[in-house]
Design a protein around this ligand. Structure first.
Ligand SMILES: [Mg+2]
Length: 242
């Protein structure tokens, strides 16, 4: 059986940093992904909450990826953004209001606004209240995405499970068995998608509640697993599962 590999970035491939801009890509990781991509017939995509432009800063090359939790994606060099309505005026209001909360890092992405409160964890209730009020008053359907020290207001179709399903319908992904590794609440829809497709769902971290069937404790252990996968003669097989 041939496999397709889907990988979240922050907290999965890369160790988390105090700010999203401070993450470090280990020296060997980019070449590792290149060889794995060749090995999997091109069926390797990063699936991140970062905007696609942010993914590209960390992993240049214009390879397949989904950004903004799947609201934008690139397949074989062609980039697509969700066509559903997105209330720019709501996003602007949220950016302005969140700017008044000290310690909150505001990140505007295609089809979402992320409010990072890692530097001011005591502001989580205020950030959540702001996001909920914006969603109530938006006049269009929006969803609240909660992650590690981040709350995001996003298009309802910004969903990693939908992103993986989209890739799996087209070559070189179609007909393969998907693997998805992720670490956060927003990755659960991706785990559900690969479970439905009889794939391999892999949670990175120590969360007790997850739909993933397999678990690795840290990004370091995931990178080691990818290195073993790269060197194993048969690719993904049961004895290599974490
Ligand atoms: Mg993550």
């Amino acid at each position: 059986m041939d496999w397709a590999l889907f990988l979240d970035v922050d907290g999965t491939l890369l160790d988390l940093a105090p700010k999203p801009g401070e993450v470090v890509v280990p020296r060997t990781l980019r070449p590792r992904l290149e060889t794995l991509r060749r090995r999997f017939g091109g069926a390797l995509a990063l699936v991140s909450g970062r905007a696609l432009s942010g993914v590209d800063q960390l992993f240049p090359g214009g390879h397949d990826a989904a950004g903004s939790h799947g609201a934008e994606w690139r397949l074989a060099g062609t980039t697509t953004v969700l066509a559903d309505p997105w209330p720019d005026e709501v996003a602007t209001m949220v950016v302005t209001a969140a700017g008044l909360l000290p310690g909150i890092l505001v990140e505007r992405k295609p089809r979402s606004v992320a409010l990072h409160y890692r530097d001011a964890p005591e502001r989580e209730p205020a950030v959540k209240a702001l996001a909920e009020a914006a969603i109530r008053n938006a006049g269009t359907e929006l969803r609240l995405l909660e992650g590690k020290a981040v709350i995001e207001i996003a298009s309802p179709e910004a969903d990693k499970g939908m992103a993986i399903d989209r890739f799996m319908r087209v070559p070189p992904y179609a007909g393969r068995r998907p693997v998805f590794a992720g670490d956060d609440i927003t990755d659960e829809s991706g785990f559900a998608a690969v479970n439905r497709l009889d794939g391999l769902s892999l949670h990175v971290g120590r969360s007790l509640v997850t739909r993933a069937h397999f678990r690795l404790s840290t990004p370091v252990s995931l990178r080691r697993w990818l290195a073993r996968l790269d060197q194993a003669p048969g690719g993904v097989s049961d004895h290599e599962l974490p």
